[in-house]
Design a binder for this molecule. Structure first.
Ligand SMILES: Cc1ncc(COP(=O)(O)O)c(C=O)c1O
Length: 385
Protein backbone atom coordinates (compact mmCIF):
# COMPACT_ATOMS: atom_id res chain seq x y z
CA UNK A 1 0.00 0.00 0.00
CA UNK A 2 1.20 3.50 -0.86
CA UNK A 3 0.69 4.68 2.72
CA UNK A 4 2.94 2.08 4.43
CA UNK A 5 5.48 4.81 5.09
CA UNK A 6 3.14 6.32 7.71
CA UNK A 7 3.48 3.38 10.12
CA UNK A 8 7.20 3.11 9.32
CA UNK A 9 7.83 6.75 10.06
CA UNK A 10 5.93 6.55 13.34
CA UNK A 11 7.95 3.48 14.34
CA UNK A 12 11.20 5.33 13.57
CA UNK A 13 10.12 8.36 15.57
CA UNK A 14 9.28 6.17 18.55
CA UNK A 15 12.57 4.26 18.30
CA UNK A 16 14.50 7.55 18.25
CA UNK A 17 12.61 8.92 21.27
CA UNK A 18 11.20 11.71 19.09
CA UNK A 19 7.53 10.76 18.96
CA UNK A 20 5.17 13.51 20.18
CA UNK A 21 1.62 13.38 21.43
CA UNK A 22 -0.98 15.94 22.33
CA UNK A 23 -1.69 16.68 26.00
CA UNK A 24 -5.14 17.84 27.10
CA UNK A 25 -5.75 20.96 29.20
CA UNK A 26 -9.03 21.21 31.07
CA UNK A 27 -10.25 24.66 32.04
CA UNK A 28 -8.40 27.94 31.72
CA UNK A 29 -4.84 28.78 30.72
CA UNK A 30 -3.22 30.00 33.90
CA UNK A 31 -0.12 29.68 36.10
CA UNK A 32 -1.53 26.30 37.12
CA UNK A 33 -3.27 23.88 34.78
CA UNK A 34 -5.24 20.68 34.81
CA UNK A 35 -3.11 18.73 32.33
CA UNK A 36 -4.18 15.22 31.38
CA UNK A 37 -6.24 15.21 34.56
CA UNK A 38 -3.39 16.30 36.87
CA UNK A 39 -2.96 19.69 38.59
CA UNK A 40 0.44 21.18 37.67
CA UNK A 41 2.35 24.44 37.94
CA UNK A 42 2.50 25.66 34.35
CA UNK A 43 5.96 26.61 33.07
CA UNK A 44 5.10 25.90 29.43
CA UNK A 45 2.91 28.76 28.31
CA UNK A 46 3.53 31.85 26.20
CA UNK A 47 0.67 33.62 27.98
CA UNK A 48 3.48 35.56 29.65
CA UNK A 49 1.41 38.40 31.10
CA UNK A 50 -1.44 36.13 32.11
CA UNK A 51 -4.11 37.99 30.15
CA UNK A 52 -5.41 35.12 28.01
CA UNK A 53 -8.46 34.89 30.26
CA UNK A 54 -8.62 38.50 31.48
CA UNK A 55 -12.21 39.77 31.79
CA UNK A 56 -11.38 42.84 29.65
CA UNK A 57 -10.53 40.57 26.69
CA UNK A 58 -13.56 38.37 27.25
CA UNK A 59 -15.91 41.39 27.48
CA UNK A 60 -14.42 42.93 24.33
CA UNK A 61 -14.87 39.66 22.44
CA UNK A 62 -18.47 39.27 23.58
CA UNK A 63 -19.32 42.88 22.65
CA UNK A 64 -17.72 42.38 19.21
CA UNK A 65 -19.79 39.25 18.58
CA UNK A 66 -22.97 41.08 19.62
CA UNK A 67 -22.21 43.98 17.32
CA UNK A 68 -20.44 42.37 14.34
CA UNK A 69 -21.30 38.66 14.53
CA UNK A 70 -18.96 35.68 14.61
CA UNK A 71 -17.25 35.15 11.27
CA UNK A 72 -15.65 37.64 8.89
CA UNK A 73 -17.08 35.86 5.85
CA UNK A 74 -14.26 36.43 3.38
CA UNK A 75 -10.66 37.44 2.89
CA UNK A 76 -9.62 41.04 3.55
CA UNK A 77 -9.47 41.96 -0.15
CA UNK A 78 -12.98 40.67 -0.86
CA UNK A 79 -15.55 41.57 1.83
CA UNK A 80 -13.70 40.54 5.02
CA UNK A 81 -12.04 43.88 5.80
CA UNK A 82 -14.12 44.97 8.78
CA UNK A 83 -13.83 48.16 10.82
CA UNK A 84 -12.20 46.25 13.68
CA UNK A 85 -9.32 45.05 11.48
CA UNK A 86 -8.49 48.62 10.61
CA UNK A 87 -8.97 49.83 14.18
CA UNK A 88 -6.55 47.18 15.44
CA UNK A 89 -4.02 48.08 12.76
CA UNK A 90 -4.11 51.76 13.73
CA UNK A 91 -3.67 50.71 17.34
CA UNK A 92 -0.67 48.45 16.57
CA UNK A 93 1.02 51.15 14.48
CA UNK A 94 0.65 53.62 17.31
CA UNK A 95 1.86 51.03 19.87
CA UNK A 96 4.94 50.18 17.80
CA UNK A 97 5.59 53.76 16.68
CA UNK A 98 5.40 52.94 12.97
CA UNK A 99 3.55 54.52 10.07
CA UNK A 100 1.33 51.49 9.52
CA UNK A 101 0.54 47.92 10.52
CA UNK A 102 -1.17 44.91 8.95
CA UNK A 103 -2.82 42.00 10.73
CA UNK A 104 -2.11 38.40 9.71
CA UNK A 105 -3.99 35.25 10.70
CA UNK A 106 -0.99 33.80 12.51
CA UNK A 107 2.69 34.44 12.99
CA UNK A 108 3.48 31.35 11.00
CA UNK A 109 1.50 32.64 8.03
CA UNK A 110 3.01 36.10 8.38
CA UNK A 111 6.58 34.81 8.23
CA UNK A 112 5.86 32.57 5.25
CA UNK A 113 4.25 35.38 3.29
CA UNK A 114 6.51 38.29 4.15
CA UNK A 115 9.73 36.53 3.17
CA UNK A 116 8.21 35.31 -0.10
CA UNK A 117 7.02 38.85 -0.89
CA UNK A 118 10.19 40.72 0.00
CA UNK A 119 12.95 38.43 -1.25
CA UNK A 120 11.95 36.67 -4.50
CA UNK A 121 14.11 35.22 -7.25
CA UNK A 122 17.62 36.66 -7.37
CA UNK A 123 17.24 37.87 -3.79
CA UNK A 124 19.24 36.77 -0.78
CA UNK A 125 18.02 36.24 2.74
CA UNK A 126 20.39 36.14 5.72
CA UNK A 127 18.88 34.08 8.51
CA UNK A 128 20.14 33.37 12.05
CA UNK A 129 20.81 29.63 12.48
CA UNK A 130 18.33 29.39 15.37
CA UNK A 131 15.43 31.25 13.77
CA UNK A 132 11.96 29.78 14.25
CA UNK A 133 10.55 27.11 11.92
CA UNK A 134 8.17 29.63 10.32
CA UNK A 135 11.13 31.80 9.29
CA UNK A 136 13.00 28.76 7.96
CA UNK A 137 9.97 27.79 5.88
CA UNK A 138 9.53 31.41 4.78
CA UNK A 139 13.15 31.38 3.54
CA UNK A 140 12.42 28.19 1.61
CA UNK A 141 9.32 29.72 0.02
CA UNK A 142 11.08 32.99 -0.80
CA UNK A 143 12.66 31.58 -4.00
CA UNK A 144 15.81 33.48 -3.08
CA UNK A 145 19.13 32.13 -1.90
CA UNK A 146 19.51 31.65 1.84
CA UNK A 147 22.68 32.41 3.81
CA UNK A 148 22.41 30.98 7.31
CA UNK A 149 24.74 32.72 9.75
CA UNK A 150 25.83 31.29 13.11
CA UNK A 151 23.53 32.15 15.99
CA UNK A 152 24.15 35.82 16.94
CA UNK A 153 27.47 35.66 15.03
CA UNK A 154 27.97 39.15 13.59
CA UNK A 155 31.35 38.33 12.01
CA UNK A 156 29.74 35.50 10.10
CA UNK A 157 26.85 37.74 9.03
CA UNK A 158 29.24 40.45 7.89
CA UNK A 159 31.24 37.94 5.85
CA UNK A 160 28.08 36.73 4.13
CA UNK A 161 26.96 40.32 3.43
CA UNK A 162 30.34 41.14 1.88
CA UNK A 163 29.95 38.23 -0.51
CA UNK A 164 26.46 39.33 -1.55
CA UNK A 165 27.05 42.38 -3.72
CA UNK A 166 25.31 40.94 -6.80
CA UNK A 167 22.05 40.03 -5.06
CA UNK A 168 18.95 41.81 -6.38
CA UNK A 169 17.50 42.28 -2.89
CA UNK A 170 18.93 41.52 0.53
CA UNK A 171 17.07 40.91 3.75
CA UNK A 172 18.41 40.00 7.20
CA UNK A 173 15.87 38.16 9.36
CA UNK A 174 16.17 37.44 13.07
CA UNK A 175 14.07 36.90 16.13
CA UNK A 176 14.62 39.58 18.78
CA UNK A 177 14.11 37.43 21.89
CA UNK A 178 14.82 33.88 20.71
CA UNK A 179 11.99 31.47 21.40
CA UNK A 180 14.01 28.40 22.42
CA UNK A 181 17.22 29.97 23.75
CA UNK A 182 15.79 33.04 25.46
CA UNK A 183 18.71 35.17 24.31
CA UNK A 184 18.60 38.48 22.44
CA UNK A 185 19.77 39.34 18.95
CA UNK A 186 22.34 42.17 18.78
CA UNK A 187 19.85 44.33 16.92
CA UNK A 188 21.91 47.54 16.85
CA UNK A 189 24.80 45.65 15.19
CA UNK A 190 22.44 44.01 12.72
CA UNK A 191 20.91 47.36 11.75
CA UNK A 192 24.41 48.86 11.35
CA UNK A 193 25.54 46.01 9.09
CA UNK A 194 22.34 46.21 7.06
CA UNK A 195 22.85 49.92 6.48
CA UNK A 196 26.46 49.42 5.36
CA UNK A 197 25.50 46.64 2.94
CA UNK A 198 22.17 47.90 1.60
CA UNK A 199 20.02 45.19 3.20
CA UNK A 200 16.54 45.32 4.72
CA UNK A 201 16.02 44.07 8.29
CA UNK A 202 13.08 41.99 9.47
CA UNK A 203 12.68 41.30 13.20
CA UNK A 204 10.34 38.68 14.64
CA UNK A 205 9.17 40.00 18.01
CA UNK A 206 6.90 37.01 18.77
CA UNK A 207 8.33 36.55 22.29
CA UNK A 208 9.33 40.16 22.92
CA UNK A 209 5.98 41.82 22.28
CA UNK A 210 4.34 42.80 25.56
CA UNK A 211 7.43 42.00 27.59
CA UNK A 212 10.04 44.74 27.19
CA UNK A 213 9.97 48.00 28.97
CA UNK A 214 9.04 50.83 28.70
CA UNK A 215 5.62 50.00 27.21
CA UNK A 216 5.75 46.41 25.95
CA UNK A 217 6.20 47.31 22.28
CA UNK A 218 9.20 45.00 21.88
CA UNK A 219 12.98 45.03 21.74
CA UNK A 220 13.19 47.16 18.58
CA UNK A 221 11.20 49.90 20.31
CA UNK A 222 13.15 49.55 23.55
CA UNK A 223 16.42 50.08 21.68
CA UNK A 224 14.98 52.91 19.57
CA UNK A 225 15.80 51.07 16.32
CA UNK A 226 12.46 51.45 14.58
CA UNK A 227 13.95 53.58 11.79
CA UNK A 228 16.48 50.89 10.86
CA UNK A 229 14.09 47.93 10.87
CA UNK A 230 12.00 47.58 7.73
CA UNK A 231 9.61 44.93 9.09
CA UNK A 232 8.68 44.36 12.73
CA UNK A 233 6.59 41.24 13.02
CA UNK A 234 4.92 39.82 16.12
CA UNK A 235 2.08 37.63 17.23
CA UNK A 236 -1.14 38.38 19.11
CA UNK A 237 -1.18 34.85 20.53
CA UNK A 238 1.54 34.96 23.18
CA UNK A 239 1.85 37.85 25.67
CA UNK A 240 -1.19 39.48 24.05
CA UNK A 241 -3.26 36.51 25.11
CA UNK A 242 -5.32 36.04 21.94
CA UNK A 243 -4.62 34.87 18.42
CA UNK A 244 -3.27 36.23 15.14
CA UNK A 245 -0.23 38.28 14.21
CA UNK A 246 0.89 41.62 12.84
CA UNK A 247 3.56 43.42 10.93
CA UNK A 248 4.45 47.03 11.65
CA UNK A 249 6.37 49.25 9.24
CA UNK A 250 5.85 51.79 6.48
CA UNK A 251 2.62 52.46 4.58
CA UNK A 252 4.34 51.28 1.42
CA UNK A 253 5.25 47.95 3.06
CA UNK A 254 1.63 47.49 4.16
CA UNK A 255 0.39 48.30 0.67
CA UNK A 256 2.82 45.90 -1.00
CA UNK A 257 1.84 43.07 1.36
CA UNK A 258 -1.86 43.68 0.70
CA UNK A 259 -1.15 43.38 -3.01
CA UNK A 260 1.44 40.64 -3.15
CA UNK A 261 1.55 38.57 0.03
CA UNK A 262 -0.17 35.27 -0.68
CA UNK A 263 -0.61 34.23 2.96
CA UNK A 264 -2.43 37.52 3.56
CA UNK A 265 -4.49 37.53 0.36
CA UNK A 266 -5.73 33.97 0.07
CA UNK A 267 -7.24 33.33 3.48
CA UNK A 268 -10.39 34.26 5.38
CA UNK A 269 -9.70 37.21 7.65
CA UNK A 270 -9.70 36.85 11.43
CA UNK A 271 -13.11 37.15 13.10
CA UNK A 272 -14.20 40.37 14.86
CA UNK A 273 -13.96 38.89 18.38
CA UNK A 274 -10.26 38.15 17.85
CA UNK A 275 -9.61 41.74 16.73
CA UNK A 276 -11.50 43.13 19.72
CA UNK A 277 -9.48 40.96 22.12
CA UNK A 278 -6.23 42.24 20.65
CA UNK A 279 -7.34 45.86 20.96
CA UNK A 280 -8.22 45.26 24.62
CA UNK A 281 -4.93 43.44 25.18
CA UNK A 282 -2.83 46.33 23.87
CA UNK A 283 -4.70 48.72 26.18
CA UNK A 284 -3.98 46.43 29.14
CA UNK A 285 -0.32 46.05 28.25
CA UNK A 286 0.17 49.79 28.05
CA UNK A 287 -1.74 50.67 31.16
CA UNK A 288 -0.56 47.88 33.48
CA UNK A 289 3.27 47.94 33.49
CA UNK A 290 3.15 46.04 36.78
CA UNK A 291 2.50 42.85 34.78
CA UNK A 292 5.86 43.26 33.03
CA UNK A 293 7.53 43.94 36.36
CA UNK A 294 5.96 40.85 37.97
CA UNK A 295 7.11 38.74 35.01
CA UNK A 296 10.66 40.07 35.35
CA UNK A 297 10.68 39.44 39.13
CA UNK A 298 9.35 35.90 38.73
CA UNK A 299 11.90 35.11 36.02
CA UNK A 300 14.73 36.35 38.22
CA UNK A 301 13.47 34.42 41.26
CA UNK A 302 13.13 31.09 39.47
CA UNK A 303 16.43 31.49 37.59
CA UNK A 304 18.32 32.16 40.82
CA UNK A 305 16.61 29.23 42.57
CA UNK A 306 17.35 26.78 39.75
CA UNK A 307 21.00 27.88 39.63
CA UNK A 308 21.27 27.31 43.38
CA UNK A 309 20.06 23.74 42.76
CA UNK A 310 22.90 23.24 40.28
CA UNK A 311 20.94 23.39 37.04
CA UNK A 312 22.53 24.97 33.94
CA UNK A 313 20.45 27.75 32.43
CA UNK A 314 20.86 29.75 29.24
CA UNK A 315 19.00 32.88 28.18
CA UNK A 316 19.19 36.59 28.76
CA UNK A 317 17.39 36.86 32.08
CA UNK A 318 14.00 37.33 30.43
CA UNK A 319 10.96 35.08 30.81
CA UNK A 320 12.30 32.18 28.70
CA UNK A 321 14.66 30.00 30.76
CA UNK A 322 16.25 27.17 28.78
CA UNK A 323 17.33 24.51 31.31
CA UNK A 324 20.01 22.68 29.35
CA UNK A 325 20.08 18.86 29.42
CA UNK A 326 21.70 17.83 26.10
CA UNK A 327 20.51 14.30 25.43
CA UNK A 328 16.91 14.05 24.11
CA UNK A 329 15.91 11.01 26.18
CA UNK A 330 17.34 12.39 29.42
CA UNK A 331 15.55 15.64 28.76
CA UNK A 332 12.19 13.94 28.30
CA UNK A 333 12.79 11.81 31.40
CA UNK A 334 13.45 14.91 33.51
CA UNK A 335 10.32 16.54 32.09
CA UNK A 336 8.33 13.41 32.99
CA UNK A 337 9.72 13.26 36.55
CA UNK A 338 8.75 16.89 37.07
CA UNK A 339 5.31 16.28 35.64
CA UNK A 340 4.68 13.35 37.95
CA UNK A 341 5.49 15.63 40.88
CA UNK A 342 3.32 18.53 39.65
CA UNK A 343 5.47 20.78 37.42
CA UNK A 344 4.90 21.10 33.68
CA UNK A 345 8.17 22.11 31.99
CA UNK A 346 8.06 21.02 28.39
CA UNK A 347 11.05 19.14 26.96
CA UNK A 348 12.34 20.52 23.65
CA UNK A 349 14.38 18.20 21.45
CA UNK A 350 15.36 17.83 17.78
CA UNK A 351 14.18 18.83 15.25
CA UNK A 352 12.99 21.92 17.16
CA UNK A 353 16.54 22.43 18.51
CA UNK A 354 19.88 21.08 17.20
CA UNK A 355 20.92 17.54 18.30
CA UNK A 356 22.70 17.48 21.66
CA UNK A 357 20.99 20.67 22.87
CA UNK A 358 17.73 19.27 24.25
CA UNK A 359 16.40 21.37 27.07
CA UNK A 360 13.42 22.13 29.20
CA UNK A 361 11.92 25.35 27.92
CA UNK A 362 10.72 26.98 31.12
CA UNK A 363 8.55 30.03 30.64
CA UNK A 364 7.34 32.24 33.44
CA UNK A 365 4.10 34.13 33.76
CA UNK A 366 3.40 37.37 35.60
CA UNK A 367 0.72 35.53 37.60
CA UNK A 368 2.94 32.85 39.17
CA UNK A 369 2.81 33.36 42.93
CA UNK A 370 5.80 33.18 45.26
CA UNK A 371 4.22 30.09 46.78
CA UNK A 372 3.99 28.37 43.36
CA UNK A 373 7.61 29.21 42.59
CA UNK A 374 8.80 27.90 45.97
CA UNK A 375 6.74 24.73 45.52
CA UNK A 376 8.15 24.26 42.02
CA UNK A 377 11.74 24.68 43.22
CA UNK A 378 11.18 21.90 45.77
CA UNK A 379 10.00 19.68 42.93
CA UNK A 380 12.99 20.60 40.74
CA UNK A 381 15.19 19.60 43.67
CA UNK A 382 13.47 16.24 44.09
CA UNK A 383 13.52 15.50 40.34
CA UNK A 384 17.24 16.17 39.83
CA UNK A 385 19.20 13.04 38.81
C1 LIG B 1 9.65 33.22 16.91
C2 LIG B 1 8.28 32.81 16.47
N1 LIG B 1 7.78 33.32 15.33
C3 LIG B 1 6.57 32.99 14.90
C4 LIG B 1 5.77 32.13 15.60
C5 LIG B 1 4.43 31.77 15.07
O1 LIG B 1 3.45 32.59 15.63
P1 LIG B 1 1.95 32.09 15.73
O2 LIG B 1 1.86 31.21 16.92
O3 LIG B 1 1.15 33.34 15.83
O4 LIG B 1 1.66 31.34 14.46
C6 LIG B 1 6.25 31.57 16.81
C7 LIG B 1 5.48 30.65 17.66
O5 LIG B 1 4.51 30.11 17.51
C8 LIG B 1 7.53 31.92 17.25
O6 LIG B 1 8.03 31.40 18.37
Amino acid sequence: MGSDFVENELRQLKAAGLHRRLRRVEGEQGPTLILDGRAVVNFSSNNYLGIANHPALAEAAKAAIDRYGCGSGASRLISGNMTLHEELERKIAEFKGTEAALVFNSGFQANLGILATLVGEGGLVFSDALNHASIIDGCRLSRGKVAIYGHLDMNHLEGELKRSSSARRKLIVTESLFSMDGDEAPLADIVGLAQRHGAMVMVDEAHATGVYEPNGAGLVAKLGLGEGVFVQMGTLGKALGGFGAYIAGSKALRDLLINRCRSFIFTTSLPPAVMAMAIAAIDLIRTEPERRQALANNSERLRAGLRRLGYTLGGSGRQILPLMVGDANRCMELSQRLLERGVFAHGIRPPTVPPGTSRLRITLMAMHTQHQLAQALEIFKAAKD
